[in-house]
Design a protein around this ligand. Structure first.
Ligand code: RB5
Length: 142
């Protein structure tokens, strides 16, 4: 699967850990930075979302210190549905109900193992369509 990852300095260690695990599982991972240096998280959100809306990746993973700022920025971009996840149930629902195309995590608030379980929960889920697709279309039309 083609996946794009990005983070600011606050989410860098988590982004790197998730990137490595995805690559170990054979996924093709594009990394839009950062590389540990201080950056502004909206710039990273824009870079990653362009890859997703351009169809070059099936979904994106964004990390900042809390996951809040970078998901807020991502959700300003047309065509992006970014879900800040802190538990596996929400990560699964982000796909099943909300058809999120970006998931976001806080590098300073969750551990690597927990984040990895959430990535797996999201990737193992399918969008359920039906009434949920109608509601996703309502979001997209806002
Ligand atoms: C950077 O210090 C921090 O503000 C950022 O990583 C993030 O937590 C913002 O929401």
């Amino acid at each position: 699967m083609k996946i794009v990852v990005g983070s600011d300095h606050g989410g860098y260690d988590l982004k790197e850990a998730l990137r490595r695990r995805l690559e170990e599982e054979g996924h093709e991972v594009q990394d839009v930075g950062c590389h540990g240096e201080p950056v502004d998280y909206p710039d990273i959100a824009v870079a990653l979302c362009k890859v997703v809306t351009g169809g070059e990746a099936e979904f994106g993973i964004l990390c900042c210190g809390t996951g809040i700022g970078i998901s807020m920025a991502a959700n300003k971009i047309k065509g992006i549905r970014a879900a800040l996840c802190a538990d596996c149930y929400s990560a699964r629902m982000a796909k099943e109900h909300n058809n999120a195309n970006v998931i976001a995590f806080g590098g300073r608030t969750i551990g690597v193992e927990h984040a990895w379980e959430m990535v797996r929960a999201y990737m193992g889920a399918e969008h359920l369509g039906g009434i949920h697709a109608k509601r996703v279309a309502q979001i997209d039309a806002l």
